[in-house]
Design a protein. Structure first.
Length: 230
């Protein structure tokens, strides 16, 4: 065996070269923000039966932070962002804006490569951070209102489908410090639940109770908090 052949056999294999066309960490971080947004919105949405539809968009967005190839990442973000905006536009008519913030962040992540355009990438990253902060603050405020904020309420059953049809106009209750009115059908009657400001004085609460019991056909009045009037 010649010296050349021995040198060829003993030579260590060359190390694999890392592909240069990788997704920048900033873009992957933005995709992570989009996934975080979808996770928070989905967790909020599953509290209602209709909100279960958000699980599919979440499953579609979740893999984006793990895509390493720049071209595949850009294509995936653009596709999910565009389809998310279309779906979000439809869901807005049902009171859901959950998909739109995540879709916007994905569209921003698709072009936020500082290796190509440093300043636009920073602008996109800042915009994504603002969208994420605003959306999470919105979800947090809703969660506080529903689950954490102290609530005070009265409940009374009245005949008929709606109390406004029994001689008491809807606006008549608001002047007593009412903060919310909820109606639920109970057989042929309606259970009327009204929440009120906890700062109401004793006489003001008494006036509200009197207004509720004055509704024609009103049943016994219950003193309860939000969700406790069953």
């Amino acid at each position: 065996m010649t010296d050349v052949e021995e040198a060829a056999e003993s030579a260590e294999p060359a190390e694999s070269v890392e592909p240069v066309d990788r997704v920048h960490w900033l873009q992957r971080s933005m995709a992570g923000l989009a996934t975080l947004l979808m996770a928070a919105m989905t967790a909020w949405g599953v509290t209602s039966p209709f909100g279960m539809v958000l699980i599919l968009p979440f499953l579609a967005v979740a893999p984006t932070p793990f895509v390493r190839d720049r071209g595949a990442f850009r294509t995936l973000c653009l596709a999910l962002g565009a389809s998310g905006l279309l779906l979000g536009t439809v869901l807005v008519s049902f009171g859901f804006i959950a998909v739109i913030p995540s879709a916007v962040v994905l569209l921003l992540a698709a072009t936020a490569d500082p290796r190509r355009r440093r300043v636009p990438a920073r602008v996109c990253a800042g915009a994504a951070a603002l969208v994420t902060a605003g959306a999470l603050a919105f979800v947090g405020s809703l969660a506080y209102e529903v689950w954490l904020r102290p609530s005070y309420a009265y409940s009374v059953e009245i005949p008929g489908p709606r109390y406004g049809e029994d001689g008491l106009a809807r606006g008549d209750l608001w002047r007593y410090g009412v903060t919310g009115i909820h109606e639920e059908r109970v057989g042929s009657a309606t259970r009327l639940e009204v929440t009120y400001d906890g700062s109401l004085t004793g006489p003001e609460r008494a006036a509200l109770r009197e207004a509720l019991t004055a509704i024609p056909g009103a049943g016994p009045l219950q003193d309860c908090g939000r969700g406790d009037c069953d």
